[in-house]
Design a protein around this ligand. Structure first.
Ligand code: ATP
Ligand code: MG
Length: 344
């Protein structure tokens, strides 16, 4: 069966939005608006899988919303909303908790990394996170999901959940006129030179909101001086840039900075190296700083302007939530019938 093409993705309001979120996700969100109906979600239910201070969470929700708009997402043509305003996410997640198997979730590397050594003390929500993520996507029966490389495993799980639901309830799905499959097997969109932006301090760790060192990431709110300083101090090796991509093997820090440059310049890494191969890091970093400031400066300005009017941001979220809920509620009614619940 052909599903209506639709894009869904989300960003957690966990503070410190960074260059990895921007290049790995938000830039893709912006580009996809041209060819798809898009739904972009501030996933606050995901955020509370680890402790969030209630005094800071509203600001973080508004900051992600403002970052979406400042980066160029149009909340009138598409949908921007926060997850907790559409109860169907949590409702469908429960059904998926009953479809997914504990063995599947036990394999998730994000849980292992975030729970760390004290796994017994992690929240149940952190463990069940991928079921909620599947519900986010499938409440809209979305066909395409742009994400960074770190979310690949969760998207595969979302496909497994959709497949198992379609199989387990196959007869009921058919009997209700939905054909062979009710949920699509979502396509991950993970492409380009910056699907995994690494920490500026350690080229083997992903750039992350939660890294204790602010020097490890470029925040979307960093001013020009902070951007320049962080790139100048970014870890590198003593060799000049190689002339081709093979020369980046075993050089994670160089690979990372070239990837960032390529993403900002809109060129493949190979082309960047053809142009800049042989350059020393001092001059390459200067060029990178220039590109970063040119791109992030205007976004930061717009982000700050938008944040001065929280009521306007809340209005965007309210409007987006109402439009999202119409779609999700229709899915949920069909799911209840398929599962066999009695409803009004
Ligand atoms: P947290 O540490 O709270 O999980 P995060 O930085 O991983 O924060 P998320 O809100 O979990 O951010 O992810 C939002 C989007 O950004 C996802 O699509 C994710 O794949 C992408 N993303 C996160 N970090 C990176 C990165 N370092 N490089 C590329 N994409 C990234
Ligand atoms: Mg994350």
């Amino acid at each position: 069966m052909a599903f209506k093409e639709r894009v869904f993705s989300g960003v957690q309001p966990t503070g410190n939005l960074h260059l990895g979120n921007y290049l790995g996700a938000i830039v893709k969100f912006v580009a996809l608006q041209e060819s798809y109906d898009c739904i972009y979600c501030v996933v606050d239910l995901h955020a509370i899988t680890v402790w969030q201070d209630p005094a800071e969470l509203p600001r973080n929700i508004r900051e992600v919303t403002a970052a979406f708009i400042a980066s160029g997402i149009d909340p009138r043509k598409h949908i921007i909303f926060n997850q907790s305003q559409v109860a169907e996410h949590a409702e469908l997640a429960w059904i998926f908790n009953c479809v997914a198997r504990i063995g599947w979730l036990n394999r998730m590397t994000q849980f292992k990394e975030k729970a760390g050594k004290d796994r017994e003390n992690a929240s149940v929500g952190l463990f069940a996170y991928p079921c909620l993520m599947a519900a986010d996507i499938l409440a809209y029966r979305a066909t395409h999901v742009p994400v960074g490389d770190d979310q690949k495993q969760h998207l595969e799980l979302a496909r497994d959940i959709a497949q198992k639901f379609n199989n387990d309830f196959g007869a009921s799905i058919g009997a209700r006129g939905h054909g062979e499959a009710f949920f699509p097997l979502t396509e991950p969109l993970i492409q380009g030179p910056a699907t995994r932006v690494m920490s500026l301090r350690d080229g083997t760790k992903k750039m992350s909101k939660s890294d204790a060192s602010d020097q490890s990431r470029i925040n979307l709110t960093d001013d020009d001086d902070a951007i320049a300083q962080k790139i100048r101090r970014a870890k590198t090796d003593p060799h000049p840039l190689p002339h081709d991509e093979a020369g980046l093997a075993e050089r994670p820090e160089a690979d990372n900075l070239v990837g960032i440059y390529a993403a900002l310049a809109g060129k493949p890494k190979a082309e960047v190296l053809r142009e800049l191969g042989g350059a020393q890091f001092v001059s390459f970093k200067a060029a990178l700083i220039e590109l970063l400031i040119a791109r992030l400066g205007p976004i930061r300005g717009e982000l700050k302007r938008l944040l001065q009017d929280p009521a306007a941001i809340d209005a965007v979220l309210a409007d987006g939530s109402a439009r999202a809920q119409e779609i999700a509620a229709e899915t949920m009614r069909a799911v209840k019938d398929i599962v066999g619940f009695v409803r009004r």
